[in-house]
Design a protein around this ligand. Structure first.
Ligand SMILES: NC(=O)c1ccc[n+]([C@@H]2O[C@H](COP(=O)([O-])OP(=O)(O)OC[C@H]3O[C@@H](n4cnc5c(N)ncnc54)[C@H](OP(=O)(O)O)[C@@H]3O)[C@@H](O)[C@H]2O)c1
Length: 318
């Protein structure tokens, strides 16, 4: 079997990025396997290793993570187990079957003190446990497998799971107005656009002699920046154009909306390296938001049933 004939293994089943990727690969008729909880749990590194050795993929995409930014403060062991030790186990097992690992990290590895977009070589200085666990994960993945592509992304939204877009839509039904933080800047990023990007990286990563320049850490976010307030305004306006309630969106400061974990005030990411190395860039976030709202406003779909059919059609490690 040449490496091109081997398949893709996705770690994570119901997350925003994993679901988007499953949808993309399924639509493209590609061979892939999904490894997720309970049988492949990143808190149990051996279970992840078993899944990867059994599937012998050419590319492992680790779309799973401990993503509860505030809760991580109370559960540091769980955050580090999943985001650092678990990610390392996946990268190591991938290396042992000569597979590339594509792994996701976060803008929260930065402290937000810059005022121009962060580049990949900027020093990391996470403000909280989540960011620290992801930063350690980056280091351990890179150490464990020279064939790694680490994609730092940010402010992920999609039609799936819990995310800022779905929260704003829910609040727009429940409340007459919403107050949203206007002094944190970042790049909203659409999970299906990340899946498209991964879909384009897979053939490069699974080539029998990949160009070493394709490996490393890259920033991968939708184009253009905003604040959570600007993002909320665009969501409410877009929803109103599709028949939703046009409620007021008021700007507030971070100090008026205390959270357990601190967030960087500025975590805009430069995607110049992604463009220079791969010739790829993600579209403006407003265009992606429009697609997301169309999908959420479309005819009701049984998303859960469709998703479990997709997983069943894919190989499943059990
Ligand atoms: N969400 C954001 O705003 C954001 C921002 C920056 C970076 N990122 C990064 O982007 C990546 C994808 O995030 P996302 O938004 O798609 O996450 P998500 O929607 O919160 O989904 C998390 C995924 O991780 C899986 N998972 C959690 N604990 C696990 C464990 N112990 N073992 C195996 N799987 C486990 C979940 O499993 P189940 O399938 O069982 O539910 C789920 O599939 C992550 O690396 C995240 O750190 C996200």
């Amino acid at each position: 079997m040449t490496s091109d004939e081997r398949s893709i293994l996705i770690i994570g089943r119901h997350g925003q990025v994993s679901r988007s990727l499953i949808e993309l690969l399924e639509a493209g008729g590609q061979r892939f396997t999904v490894a997720g909880r309970p049988e492949a749990d990143l808190r149990d590194p051996q279970s992840v290793r078993r899944a990867i050795l059994a599937a012998r993929p050419s590319v492992v995409v680790n779309a799973a993570a401990y993503t509860a930014v505030d809760k991580a403060k109370d559960e540091p062991d769980a955050a580090f187990a999943v985001n650092a030790a678990g990610a390392e186990a996946a990268a190591k097992a991938a290396a042992d079957v000569d597979a590339t690992i594509i792994h996701f990290s976060t803008d929260y590895v930065f402290d937000g003190s810059k005022r121009v977009p962060y580049v990949e070589t900027d020093p990391v200085a996470p403000l909280g446990i989540y960011g620290r666990s992801k930063q350690e994960g980056e280091d351990r993945v890179a150490q464990a497998n020279p064939k790694h592509i680490i994609l730092r992304t940010a402010w992920v939204f999609s039609p799936f799971g819990s995310n800022f877009v779905r929260t704003m839509l829910r609040l727009s039904v429940e409340r007459p107005e919403i107050k949203v933080v206007a002094d944190q800047r970042g790049n909203p990023t659409f999970a299906p656009d990340l899946a498209d990007l991964v879909g384009k990286l897979i053939p490069l990563a699974s080539a029998s002699s990949p160009d070493p320049r394709i490996f490393g850490t890259f920033h991968a976010v939708n184009r253009n920046e905003t604040t959570w307030f600007g993002f909320a305004q665009a969501i409410i306006e877009g929803a109103a154009r599709r028949g939703g309630r046009d409620i007021g969106v008021l700007p507030i400061g971070t100090k008026d909306y205390p959270t357990k974990a601190a967030r960087p005030a500025y975590s805009v990411l430069s995607t110049e390296k992604l463009r220079a190395v791969y010739g790829l860039e993600l579209r403006p976030w407003r265009d992606a938001l429009s697609d997301c709202l169309d999908r959420l406003a479309g005819p009701p779909r049984d998303e859960a049933a469709e998703h479990s059919q997709q997983i069943n059609r894919a190989g499943k490690f059990a």
